[in-house]
Design a binder for this molecule. Structure first.
Ligand SMILES: *Cc1c(COP(=O)(O)O)cnc(C)c1O
Length: 398
């Protein structure tokens, strides 16, 4: 179909939640390249919102997923499930956080985390249910996660929101301490607020939060839906900071594009869930778990997490150079291959994303003025140089 036909059908039949979706659609991908209906090749610096860390069409990934498809795609969670047990074991051994539950998305992983935190205190006969999260955070689109997401423009259309969520400013440990009440159950945060503009919270603050949780008997929930599975240069970003989450959530990159989300919790916390307390029809089905195992195997076999750290460091240094030569760039943030370029208020990230697409590069926006770069881990130095050169030209013309 040509682009105008697709646009017309979309405008007539799809709910208008994503607005203007650009001037092309993609037909296929290979490696770090995406191919448009316009016949052009694009280098991908967005990976489907930090999902496609292995790029497109990775042979070992496709082999593993196709083999599982041939055997068994789905079975109910009333029966044991070999790929699910293997992925649970794998994640526990990689993180030191003992037990897993699988859903189908980041939002569901976070719902599981909050339900588990509430159940943990209920099992101890304590009325502690409130979750403190941060302003400018992003935790998902379910109604409860909208309450946890500290961004009024996501919250206002859905008033009244579920009770039991408090949002405090990020980086302000006194504000967090003030928000703790006898009903507080947990603190939930991202180590880098990716959706919120690639804002790093920093090791000092994260360690203070962990200590505050410990002193007050609160559970510490770290949302690694976007930072997890290698993107920051460690398998999970908490490893950079010497902090230990009680509950960790992850999703985006875990399934290599097959939907899966996971909540991991340490044994004492996880054991608060009893049979019937939580569940999911699709969550952790054999196909999704085989995909998760394949992703983790490939990251390990190909040394891709270390490569992500190396490429990310060089990439960030090159973006810093653009900051020196362009007044429009006020900051470069992030870690590994989760990078953000902050522009002055009158340079809109969406316009830069459009200009980059015209130059053959796919990138994303975070908020009004931040360009978000989250390429596959296999992105090459030459491709990084190409993106930086294109950005240089665009900013010179701006
Ligand atoms: C994307 C994201 C979510 C929500 O994930 P979905 O799969 O869209 O439900 C939650 N938390 C963070 C940090 C995210 O980046």
């Amino acid at each position: 179909m040509n682009l105008n036909d697709v646009k017309a059908l979309d405008a007539q039949y799809f709910m208008n939640t994503f607005g203007d979706r650009g001037e092309l659609y993609f037909t296929h991908g290979r490696g770090t390249k995406l191919y448009g209906n316009d016949g052009r090749e694009y280098t991908d610096f967005f990976a489907g919102i930090a999902v496609n860390s292995l790029g497109y069409g990775h042979p070992a990934f496709l082999d593993a997923v196709k083999a599982q498809m041939d055997r068994l795609i789905h079975i109910s969670n009333y029966y044991y499930n070999e790929p699910q047990t293997l992925l649970s074991e794998r994640l526990a051994k990689a993180t030191g956080i003992g037990r897993a539950f699988f859903g189908n998305s980041g939002g569901e992983a976070n719902e599981c985390a909050v339900k588990l935190a509430r159940k943990y205190f209920k099992a101890r006969n304590k009325r502690r249910y409130e979750v403190i999260s941060l302003i400018n955070s992003f935790h998902g689109r379910t109604l409860a996660m909208t309450a946890a997401t500290g961004q009024p423009h996501y919250q206002e259309p859905y008033d009244p929101l579920p009770a039991g969520f408090v949002n405090v400013p990020a980086g302000d440990i006194a504000a967090l301490e003030d928000a703790i009440t006898p009903h507080t159950a947990a603190v939930m945060l991202e180590t880098i607020q990716c959706e919120g503009g690639v804002i790093e919270l920093g090791g000092d603050y994260l360690r203070q939060v962990a200590e505050l949780c410990r002193l007050n008997g609160l559970l510490f929930i770290v949302d690694e839906v976007q930072t997890g599975v290698g993107r920051t240069g460690k398998l999970f970003s908490f490893e950079h900071f010497g902090i230990e989450p009680d509950i960790l959530t992850t999703a985006k990159a875990l399934g290599g594009g097959i939907p899966i989300g996971a909540a991991l919790a340490r044994e004492e916390v996880a054991s608060a869930f009893e049979p019937g307390d939580h569940g999911s029809t699709f969550g952790g089905n054999p196909l999704a778990c085989a995909a998760g195992l394949a992703v983790l195997n490939i990251l390990e076999n190909e040394g891709l997490v270390a490569r992500c750290a190396e490429t990310g460091e060089a990439f960030k240094a090159k973006l810093m150079k653009l900051k020196q030569t362009h007044a429009a760039v006020t900051d470069v943030r992030g870690r590994g291959l989760m990078l953000g370029v902050q522009f002055v208020p009158d340079v809109h990230a969406k316009d830069v994303v459009k200009s980059l697409a015209r130059a053959g590069f796919i990138a994303g926006a975070a908020g009004m003025n931040t360009l978000r770069l989250a390429p596959p881990f296999t992105i090459s130095t030459g491709e990084v140089d190409g993106l930086c050169a294109a950005l240089d030209t665009i900013l010179s013309e701006a």
